[in-house]
Design a protein around this ligand. Structure first.
Ligand SMILES: Cc1cc2nc3c(=O)[nH]c(=O)nc-3n(C[C@H](O)[C@H](O)[C@H](O)COP(=O)(O)O)c2cc1C
Length: 206
């Protein structure tokens, strides 16, 4: 396994909102950059949605899940690690880690509520809480429709704290012809916010 200290480190969390494919595509794109070491966190509900929407059945064991996930996105496991939801020894759990960025993609309304209210009883919410308190970059891709005032208040609160909210709302002005293009549209927006070179993205006016 590569030494994570030498690489840029990022947390990618997938939760149980619809749109698990966004999370998989982001992992695939980041692994392809050869720049990042990925700390991948998966909620229990995310595993249900990954099976339902992407036919991806992940094993219970975090290390086995990492292998299956890496294989699914066409990469080897040396730049990615998965953690159990109560793994408080994970670097993601502490502000002293060298992780500077985190993306929750997609972000369920449950996880959104947990983050907005500082409830850190599982690793995803704790990791997000750490990013906020350390003033590091946290990006959420919330997905729900319609949105209630509860959801909107949580998003407003987090936006005011400097969290980037990139809702799963693809544009259609580039005339997408496939689901894959819609996924790429959203993932490109995330890559832009992470300041990752993303030359494949179709851009307005170009
Ligand atoms: C197939 C499927 C799709 C779902 N889609 C959404 C969704 O789009 N947004 C949402 O907030 N919850 C959605 N849910 C419900 C969440 O998975 C559920 O609230 C869960 O408790 C979230 O847990 P987590 O935040 O720990 O992932 C979905 C559940 C399933 C099984």
């Amino acid at each position: 396994m590569d030494n994570p200290i030498k690489q840029k480190q990022i947390i990618i969390a997938i939760t149980g909102a619809s749109g698990a494919a966004y999370g998989l595509r982001l992992i695939q794109k980041l692994l392809a950059t050869d720049v990042y070491f990925l700390h991948v966190l998966l909620s229990d509900a995310a595993k249900i949605v990954l099976k339902q929407e992407c036919d991806l059945l992940l094993p219970e064991s975090a290390s086995k899940a990492a292998s299956v996930l890496a294989e699914h996105v066409g990469h080897d496991t040396n730049k990615l690690r998965c953690y159990d939801k109560y793994d408080w020894f994970s670097p993601a759990a502490s502000g002293s880690s060298n992780i500077q960025q985190m993306v929750v993609i997609p972000c369920s309304m449950g996880t959104l509520a947990g983050i907005a209210n500082g409830i850190s009883d599982q690793l995803i919410e704790r990791a997000a809480d750490v990013m906020i308190k350390e003033r590091k970059q946290l990006i959420l891709m919330p997905r729900e429709t319609p949105l209630s005032a509860i959801h909107l208040e949580h998003m407003l609160k987090l936006s005011r704290l400097g969290v980037d909210l990139i809702p799963a709302m693809p544009g259609f002005y580039h005339r997408p012809e496939s689901i894959s293009e819609l996924i790429d549209f959203m993932v490109s927006r995330v890559l832009d916010h992470l300041r990752v070179d993303n030359t494949e993205a179709k851009r307005w006016g170009e």
